[in-house]
Structure formats: structure tokens, C-alpha cells
Design a protein around this ligand. Structure first.
Ligand code: ARG
Length: 460
């Protein structure tokens, strides 16, 4: 067996079970690119500070290039006995270039190395997620553009409430996604500080320049406190919190579209390209992608909870428990990227069934609140008008009809305030026309919301 990089004080080697249990190479090899980036910056800084010769630095940089190539071509042999990505790369470099490589770990510990790599990895992941959020927003805005003027029932408590424009409803998701992206970018700002040079926990007496490595790696600044730098994982807790909120938004979209695709609603039809069938029931066409978007939100939330529980009992500074921080993050990122991509594809492949939606609109007294507002405009206090319209609805219920079907005499028998112009307030089209407040579902308000997004995403 090869002597470990840390093997100096040891007389015996670890058991196979311990080696297998403590390794992280099986998953942290995903950090290789960022680990190599960190090593390049570190070697350049060491040479600049006179802690290694320029010649040694060049040998190291060349060796790292070669290792990166080997990894990317699949030739690199990852070794479990070399434990993790950091020691695999350092040991391979030593095998390749000999003595100079032994200087690379000067004034560096795996403790600061791993969280530097991880911050760099998460930074890239955030950029990838934010891009996909935008792509989904664009798909939703385009879907809205295709369905201008379409009125749908708005629900509260999943009971019919008031009519809304479908564009308005779709843009609600676009707004939620916008905040999701801004939460991620906000988290990225706090994440973008460099732990490198914190070493094991206490820093070093060697004349390193942490500002130099921080800048080379695109961080805002080195972290101020070396203990904090290697201890905390709040940057991933925050990242996975943001992912969880995004996942919840996507799950709600999934739930809504799954409901709307049902026979009972029948409001939308996904194309075959985003549907799957049943192995037993020949007639089935299921909206599985959106069900899985809803389902995968569970693991994104679970990943956050794993990390929170992982961190809650840890004293400062680095503890090996922290090796368990990576898989939940990788899992969360993979899930959220897939959820965003598939939701965008689904949005590009659904048709709203205008006929079916229109035919369903008379049910549910969607115009009742507009009618109450009509009475308010005639000077009736809202509580009284609420009561009058409530009684009008009750009459409709006994007659199994809609407010529109009541005659003016019927209405006058409930309140003399009703006049002929009440007809301009009844029915969903009139109800939509009546909305005028900022942010409301009124046609003009929605079209200015549409303009905002169309301009922002340059869709015109
Ligand atoms: N593989 C470790 C991790 O992911 C790297 C740091 C290990 N440090 C140590 N002193 N054992 O956390």
C-alpha cells in the first residue's frame, strides 16, 4: 500500500472498511476543475511571494494542465486509497513531476482548499441555474403571448373566485421566478469571498498573499477570519434555501398544470412529446414531467434539511462531518436544473383549450365581486352591497342559474339600487373590463405587465 500524504506519524495503515467509509473521491471528483483552478492560483502566489521558484511554479502549472486533460479525456485513474479529489490530484502531480509538486501544499490545508473549491463550484452552479430560470421565464412569457385575451377562472381555496386573464396568471409565475433568481444572485454576493490561505484553521506564519489568490480566482476579497473561513457552510445553506424556494414555486406550477390537464378541468392539453403512457391502460396520456417536477421538489427540500442537520452540532472549526456537505448540494443542483429545463419544455408544448375554458366560465358566479363593486359605485357601503349580492347569488342557487340570468326586476326585488346599467358589470368579460387597479387583471394592467417582460427579455 502507498503511504498516505499525511502518513508520517502513522505506523499502520487504515483498514479497508475505514478507507471505504471515509473516502470522498467517488463524489468530490466533480470538484476537479475548481480544485485545479485553486492550485494554479495558489502556486502562482507562492512563487510571487518567494515561497517557490518560478521554475517550480511553471512545472506545477504544466503538470496541472496535463492532469486536467487526462481527467477530461477519462484517462485519469481516480484512486480510493488517495481519499479525495485534493489528494488524488496532488499525488498524481507528484508522480508526474516529482519534487516541485511537494511545494504546492505550502501554506494550504485541505480544509481551506475544499471550501475554496466548493465556493467556486457553487458560484458556477448559481450562474447555470439563473440562466435556466430566465429560460423558463421566457417560455412562460411566450406562452402568455400566444394566449392574449384568454379569460380563465381564478381560484381561491380551489373554489371559483374571480375571472382573470391567463396572461396575468402566467406572469405571476414569472414574478416568482424573478425573485428566485435574485435570491440566488444575492446569495452569490455573500458566497464570493475566498477561504484560501486560512489553512487548517489559524492561518500561517509564511508570507502568503491572500489578496492575490482571492483576486486571481475572481472572489471579492479573502475571508476576514480564518476560523470562520474553514468552519462555516452557510453559503451552501443559503444556496439550498434559495433552491428550495424555487423548487416550491415549480412544484406549485406542476400541481396547477397537472390539475388543468385532468379530464375534470380539461383546460390544457400537453403535446405527446411531453406526455407518457401507461403500461396497462391503453388510453392513458399522463403529464408525468410536471408530476416529477412536483416530486423532485421533495429531494431539493430534503437536501437543505440534510445540510441544516449536518451543521447544527458542529463546534468551530473544520470537522470531518463537513465532507457530507457535497452530495446534497450536487443533488439539489442536478434536480433544480432538470426541473427548470423540463418546465420550460412543457410550457413550449401545451395548448390551452379555449373552447372548454370559455364554456366553463359561466359557472361559479365569478362576477359576484364585480357586482358588489357596482353597488359601491352607486353609493352603497361595501358590507351592505356584499350582503345584497350574497342574496342575489342565493337566488341563483335556488334557480340553478347565473347572476347574468336574473332579470332587473329580480335584482330590484333584492335592492332598488340596481339599474339597467348593471348589465355592464355582469359576465366575465365585463368583470375583466372593470378591473383597473395597479397590478390587477384588467386588460390594460396586464398588457403593461406583458410589455414589461417582453421588453426585459427582448421578445419584441
Ligand atoms: N474530503 C474532505 C472534505 O470533503 C477534505 C477535507 C479533509 N480535511 C481533513 N483534515 N481530513 O471535507
Amino acid at each position: 500500500k502507498e503511504t498516505k500524504l499525511w502518513g508520517g506519524r502513522f505506523e499502520d495503515t487504515v483498514t479497508d472498511a475505514v478507507e471505504k467509509f471515509t473516502e470522498s473521491i467517488s463524489f468530490d471528483k466533480s470538484l476537479y476543475k475548481h480544485d485545479i483552478m485553486g492550485s494554479r492560483a495558489h502556486a502562482s502566489m507562492l512563487a510571487h511571494q518567494g515561497l517557490m521558484s518560478d521554475a517550480d511554479r511553471d512545472i506545477i502549472l504544466k503538470g496541472l494542465d496535463e492532469i486536467e486533460k487526462q481527467i477530461e479525456s477519462g484517462e485519469f485513474a481516480w484512486r480510493t486509497d488517495r481519499e479525495d479529489v485534493h489528494m488524488n490530484i496532488e499525488a498524481a502531480l507528484t508522480d508526474m513531476v516529482g519534487e516541485p509538486a511537494k511545494k504546492l501544499h505550502t501554506a494550504r490545508s485541505r480544509n481551506d482548499q475544499v471550501c475554496t473549491d466548493f465556493r467556486l463550484w457553487c458560484r458556477d452552479a448559481i450562474d447555470a441555474i439563473v440562466l435556466r430560470i430566465k429560460q423558463l421565464q421566457v417560455a412562460l412569457v411566450k406562452l402568455a403571448l400566444k394566449n392574449e385575451g384568454l379569460i380563465v377562472p381564478g381560484y381561491t381555496h380551489l373554489q371559483r373566485a374571480q375571472p382573470v386573464l391567463l396572461q396575468h396568471l402566467l406572469l405571476a409565475y414569472v414574478e416568482q421566478l424573478e425573485r428566485d433568481a435574485s435570491r440566488l444572485l444575492d446569495c452569490r454576493v455573500r458566497m464570493n469571498f475566498c477561504p484560501l490561505g486560512a489553512c487548517a484553521l489559524a492561518g500561517t506564519g509564511l508570507p502568503i498573499d491572500r489578496f492575490m489568490t482571492s483576486e486571481a480566482l475572481g472572489f471579492t476579497a479573502p475571508m476576514r477570519n480564518s476560523i470562520d473561513a474553514v468552519s462555516d457552510r452557510d453559503f451552501v445553506l443559503e444556496f439550498l434555501s434559495a433552491n428550495s424556494i424555487t423548487a416550491v414555486h415549480l412544484s406549485r406550477l406542476g400541481e396547477e398544470w397537472v390539475l388543468w390537464a385532468s379530464e375534470e378541468f380539461g383546460f390544457l392539453t400537453p403535446s405527446d412529446s411531453v406526455s407518457t403512457g401507461s403500461s396497462i391502460m391503453p388510453q392513458k396520456k399522463n403529464p408525468d414531467p410536471m408530476e416529477l417536477v412536483r416530486g423532485k421538489s421533495a429531494r431539493v427540500i430534503g437536501d437543505l434539511v440534510s445540510l441544516l442537520v449536518l451543521c447544527k452540532g458542529l463546534p468551530q472549526a473544520y470537522n470531518r462531518d463537513l465532507q457530507e456537505d457535497k452530495e446534497p448540494v450536487f443533488d439539489s443542483v442536478k434536480a433544480i436544473v432538470g426541473m427548470l429545463e423540463v418546465s420550460a419544455e412543457f410550457a413550449q408544448n401545451i395548448t390551452f383549450n379555449r373552447e372548454r375554458i370559455r364554456n366553463s366560465l359561466p359557472a361559479g358566479h365569478l362576477d359576484a365581486t364585480t357586482l358588489a363593486d357596482y353597488l359601491v359605485k352607486k353609493g352603497i357601503p361595501f358590507r351592505t352591497s356584499h350582503d345584497i349580492v350574497g342574496k342575489s347569488v342565493a337566488l341563483c342557487v335556488t334557480r340553478n342559474c347565473q347572476l347574468q340570468d336574473l332579470s332587473l326586476d329580480d335584482l330590484k326585488s333584492i335592492s332598488p339600487t340596481f339599474e339597467k346599467d348593471v348589465n355592464e358589470y355582469l359576465g366575465v368579460e365585463n368583470a375583466i373590463k372593470n378591473f383597473s387597479s395597479y397590478g390587477s387583471t384588467g386588460s390594460e394592467c396586464v398588457s403593461s405587465q406583458m410589455d414589461y417582460w417582453v421588453t426585459k427579455f427582448q421578445l419584441n
